[in-house]
Design a protein around this ligand. Structure first.
Ligand code: NAP
Ligand code: MG
Length: 496
């Protein structure tokens, strides 16, 4: 059967490249795992197992890191120029695009992200590789910096930092790894990657694209296993740099290890972002943007603004608009191209979202649509009804903790100062939104929000602009030249 993402596919007959595998990708080949256990891959829409990967152990991590280290210190990759590496990145982009459909369907079966979302994953990954390829000229020559107050100059070299350990979560398993991999490769680094346990298969398709693009053996390595494998990677003596996207508690744990080791680390962590709706906001326009910017990927996107802050003067209109928009978006089989809301990605997430809904009801939030498990046909899978919670107050658990599910909360504010203080009343600092017609005023409000990124009337991450979290949302940034810098080791050579 030909794979397709434009018509509703039947899951059992899908001819996917990977289902049950027993290997890791090390030194250019798929090699049997040293560990005996396996991790099952479950389709959250039907709650059935359809794949499995091996759980690696210390021997697998050693083999992968050693391969990356040898490729870094003695392999052909180290001898290439940034421009040659950029040409490889462009070939990788083409090879990924050629695998777009199988990537999309594998990703959808792993984490329930609707095909409307995952069918763009290959194009997005390709565009990240293409963007970083444009930065090759920045690496091609040393900066020459005269001493400001005396004679002489310094050559500023931008060396690749070394072997990088890259660890990604399950919500966007392709994008959040490629965001690290593309700059690492352009810089001249080599990598060992570990995908999240619920989504271990789709990235193998990216690895195949990389092999087809002619990346030398050992430059890119992929192992699978639980968090413990990530821990072994983070602490491995031959690893020079760690890049992690995931939850704040695991991020803190990794930061502690890297602190002890004095090992550079980039952390992209959780969020609890707000959409400040100004009095002059165009609600029709906001309705059109609402799902993408506040509920993307069934609410499982780190930067989305899941707390709507509404002015008292328009509060009920905003509650009505948000409720109608969310209630009208179809929930169903993520393989159906019409589906907007899929299931929760995995059982622990599903339970955690239901717990948050219970706490909201107990604390007095008003459910205007949804509110619990989906019923009927969807009750076999991990589906939670898309939910709007109105009359939420700052002390409620749903106002403070990341829910990471199809749940929007609405809070009332008195004036813009109140709105800004509600938005900043969180330990997180990742994203945010301002909806308003007065662009200048909206920009002032965006400036006052204490986060790494804020959107005005829409939100999208821009590969050319730094993306990162403040406070408990992370350390360092990805994307842009600033994101590339995380994979460089600077060296100044002074001369007269
Ligand atoms: P997670 O539990 O922190 O896991 C993330 C990754 O770390 C997984 O590959 C996980 O492996 C691995 N891991 C777990 N324990 C580890 C340890 N001790 N040492 C090293 N690695 C370890 O996060 P998640 O549940 O997959 O993802 C959801 C979270 O990611 C949310 O909080 C979300 O906000 C955040 N997120 C942030 C961004 C951002 O850019 N800021 C983007 C997307 C998501 P296993 O899966 O095998 O446990
Ligand atoms: Mg987890």
């Amino acid at each position: 059967m030909t794979l397709d993402t434009t018509t509703h596919q039947t899951r059992d007959t899908l001819d996917l490249p990977y289902r049950h595998v027993t290997t890791h990708f090390i030194n250019g080949t798929y090699q049997p795992s040293h560990g005996q256990d396996t991790i099952e891959v479950t389709d959250p829409a039907t709650n059935t197992v359809w794949g499995s990967v091996p759980v690696g152990n210390q021997d697998d991590v050693d083999a992968a890191v050693n391969a990356a280290h040898t490729a870094f210190t003695t392999g052909p990759w180290a001898a290439t120029t940034p421009t040659q590496r950029a040409e490889t990145l462009l070939r990788i982009a083409e090879e990924i695009e050629a695998r777009s459909t199988e990537l999309s369907l594998t990703n959808t079966l792993e984490n329930g992200s609707p095909v409307a979302e995952t069918s763009g994953a290959a194009a997005n990954a390709a565009s990240i590789f293409r963007y970083f390829a444009t930065l090759a000229p920045e690496l091609e020559t040393d900066d020459v910096r005269p001493f400001p107050a005396s004679t002489g100059e310094s050559l500023v070299r931008k060396d690749p930092i070394g072997v990088c350990a890259l660890i990604a979560p399950w919500n966007f398993p392709i994008n959040l790894m490629v965001t690290k991999l593309a700059p690492a490769l352009l810089a001249g680094c080599t990598v060992v990657m570990k995908p999240a346990s619920p989504t271990p298969l789709s990235f193998r398709i990216i690895v195949d694209a990389i092999t087809a693009a002619g990346v030398p053996d050992g430059v890119v390595n992929l192992v699978t296993g639980p968090g413990r494998m990530g821990d072994l990677m983070v602490r491995h003596p031959k690893v020079a740099k760690v890049a992690f996207t995931g939850s704040t508690p695991v991020g803190r744990h990794i930061a502690a290890a890297c602190g002890e080791l004095l090992r550079p680390v980039t952390l992209e962590l959780g969020g609890k972002s707000s959409a400040i709706v100004m009095e002059d906001a165009d609600l029709e326009e906001m309705s059109a943007r609402l799902i993408r910017s506040c509920m993307r990927n069934t609410g499982q996107t780190c930067y989305i603004s899941t707390r709507i802050l509404a002015p008292a003067s328009r509060y009920e209109d905003i509650v009505d608009m948000v409720t109608e928009t969310i209630a009208a978006a179809p929930q169903g089989d993520p393989l159906d191209p019409e589906t907007v809301f899929g299931p929760s990605a995995n059982l622990s997430q599903y339970k955690s979202v239901l717990e948050h809904l219970d706490s909201a009801k107990a604390e007095g939030a008003r459910v205007t649509t949804g509110g619990g498990k989906a019923t009927g046909e969807l009750s076999d899978g991990l589906f939670i009804q898309p939910t709007v919670l109105a009359d939420v107050t700052p002390e409620m658990r749903v106002a403070r903790e990341e829910i990471f599910g199809p749940v929007i909360t609405i809070m009332k504010y008195t004036d813009l100062d109140d709105a800004i203080s509600l938005a900043n009343n969180t330990e997180f600092g990742l994203g945010g939104l301002v909806f308003g017609s007065d662009q200048e005023k909206a920009l002032e409000v965006a400036d006052a929000v204490d986060t790494g990124s804020v959107g005005i009337n829409f939100f999208a991450s821009n590969h050319a602009a730094p993306f990162g979290g403040r406070n408990d949302s992370g350390l360092g940034v990805e994307y842009g030249p600033e994101g590339l810098a995380a994979y460089l080791s600077y060296k100044s050579i002074h001369r007269r």
